[in-house]
Design a protein around this ligand. Structure first.
Ligand code: FE2
Length: 269
């Protein structure tokens, strides 16, 4: 490689890095203003908006923590934080219009968020590859599975964002965990849990189904660092304690525990 070409590449990398870092600061200000525009005098609505505001801040902070742990480059770290900051942009409009966070009875909040991001031209300052990475990760953060892609960077950031989001969702859901109400777990959910598969969220029929889905998520956590945090905070044990006692479920739980022990012992780096 000629000296001139090398210098050109270094300058291009430097421009990308500065573009992402500068944009992160601008988006932080934009997001704070955007969320405030949804503040509502009605207490029941305001509580939900504030809860999503806190989730947004925490997801962004965990993105930074995980990026540091994985020793991502400064521009990738800024991209990771941008994804965390913007991933739930759609939630604010969703709750204001539909008064629910349930995508199945309103609309997909990731798609909604991406429309807001496009309308406000938020990602325009980024180079195209970076812009597409952010869009792909946000679009796939709430889906049952990540859309097929041959691009390893797209897959990496989609996994990254899904994991970070899950870690904070376990925190959000913890205060709402309650012992089984006797509704029981649907047989098809039990069968999927026993084999470590995911289920279609729209098929949730009971409150116990809903709790089991949170346990199934564990099989979808990609980074040992994230799984270790989930284990340390006791989220898995707390969910299990709130499920009905059932033999078929016990077999699934024992499979899950072995899986967790093995995954946590497998380093990310
Ligand atoms: Fe989300």
């Amino acid at each position: 490689m000629t000296k001139c070409r090398r210098e050109g590449e270094i300058m291009a990398q430097d421009t990308d890095r500065r573009a992402a870092a500068r944009l992160l600061l601008q988006l932080e200000e934009w997001m704070a203003r955007y969320i405030k525009s949804f503040y509502n005098p009605k207490d029941s609505i305001q509580r939900m908006i504030l809860a999503k505001e806190e989730h947004t801040a925490r997801v962004r902070a965990i993105c930074r923590e995980l990026a540091l742990f994985l020793r991502l480059s400064p521009e990738d770290m800024a991209l990771a934080e941008i994804m965390g900051l913007l991933h739930d942009t759609g939630r604010f409009r969703q709750f204001t219009i539909y008064q629910t966070f349930n995508d199945a009875i309103s609309e997909d909040h990731a798609e909604l968020g991406l429309r807001v991001i496009e309308e406000a031209k938020l990602l325009r300052p980024l180079p195209e590859e970076a812009r597409e990475l952010v869009i792909f990760a946000i679009c796939n953060h709430n889906k049952k599975a990540i859309a097929e892609t041959a691009d390893p960077r797209r897959l990496f950031f989609a996994r990254f964002l899904r994991d970070v989001d899950k870690l904070d969702i376990y925190r959000v859901l913890e205060p709402f965990l309650a012992p089984s109400d006797g509704s029981g777990i649907s047989p098809d959910f039990l069968a999927k849990f026993a084999t470590g598969e995911q289920v279609d969220y729209t098929m949730i029929r009971t409150l116990d189904d809903r709790k089991l889905v949170r346990l199934m998520w564990i099989y979808d956590v990609n980074f040992a660092w994230v799984l270790q945090r989930i284990v340390e905070r006791g989220y898995i044990d707390k969910i299990i304690a709130c499920l009905p006692k059932d033999e078929a479920l016990a077999a699934g739980i024992s499979r899950l525990r072995s899986y967790v022990a093995e995954k946590c012992a497998t380093p990310d780096l």
